[in-house]
Design a protein around this ligand. Structure first.
Ligand code: DX5
Ligand code: ZN
Length: 235
């Protein structure tokens, strides 16, 4: 299980210190939300910020591009030190060339799906990706409430992983607190992006440790088997 604090919820006057704080928190990844003011109604930060943070921590950089034209951004974010670059399935026919470009840059590939988009849209890409990001809020802003209707997508993502014998991670992003993290883990998620709950906690390290403890009670391999035995668990 992986915890990925989202820098979007950190103190924007001191990204460097905040990234270092995340690095000391016991979390494995740092989630970096890139918003272009077009794909989502908000703007965050660019590759130069990511490049500046890179020497400050050994955390895996999980770069989430909420951008209409990620094509022009892939190389700058790859060079800035991203480990994984996630694009959105809502980009339609651009998705395949984007996936191959990320691979050609030597980075891991993530594919994100927004709450209103049917999970079936990601199915053709599953053999090509390293991580499936199920958005559990509509992207654009931190601090929103978890949308429970997205949980069946997490279950489906986990079922496909087993059925197709694939190894992609199942990541959730948006409204993840200590309760919803547990609910997502029970549904089969293994990677948990959390901004507000972690960065606004009085003690980031303790909040990360608590989230790890909650999610580590679950085994994604068992989540879909439990649903088969008790279909009522499938929401
Ligand atoms: C939403 C972003 C999230 C966000 C999560 O657009 O993709 O990564 O930072 O923040 P919280 O945990 O505050 O919902
Ligand atoms: Zn994100």
């Amino acid at each position: 299980m992986i915890i990925a604090p989202s820098l979007l919820a950190s103190d924007h006057t001191r990204f460097g210190r905040e990234a270092e704080r995340a690095g000391r928190s016991g979390a494995e990844w740092l989630h970096l939300d890139i918003m272009d003011g077009h794909f989502v109604p908000n703007i965050s930060f660019g590759p130069e910020v990511v490049r500046s943070l890179r020497p400050l921590t050994k955390l895996f950089f999980d770069v989430h591009l909420m951008c209409s034209k990620p094509d022009i951004l892939l190389e700058p974010f790859a060079k800035a030190g991203s480990d994984q670059i996630t694009i959105h399935v809502e980009l339609g026919e651009a998705v395949i060339p984007l996936i191959w470009k990320i691979k050609s840059l030597g980075k891991k590939v993530g594919l994100a799906v927004n709450p209103p988009t049917p999970i079936a849209q990601v199915q053709p890409y599953l053999p090509l990706i390293d991580c499936l990001l199920v958005m559990t809020v509509n992207p654009g802003f931190g601090g929103q409430s978890f949308i429970y209707e997205t949980l069946p997508k997490v279950q489906q993502a986990n079922i496909w992983r087993r059925e197709l014998n694939l190894r992609y991670r199942v990541e959730v992003d948006g409204g993840i607190n200590h309760q919803t993290a547990g609910e997502c883990a029970a549904a089969g998620a293994d990677t948990f992006v959390s901004g507000t709950t972690l960065f606004k906690a009085p003690n980031l390290r303790a909040a990360v440790r608590k989230m790890q403890k909650v999610v580590n009670q679950y085994d994604p391999a068992l989540a879909d088997l439990a649903i088969e035995k008790n279909p009522q668990l499938a929401l």
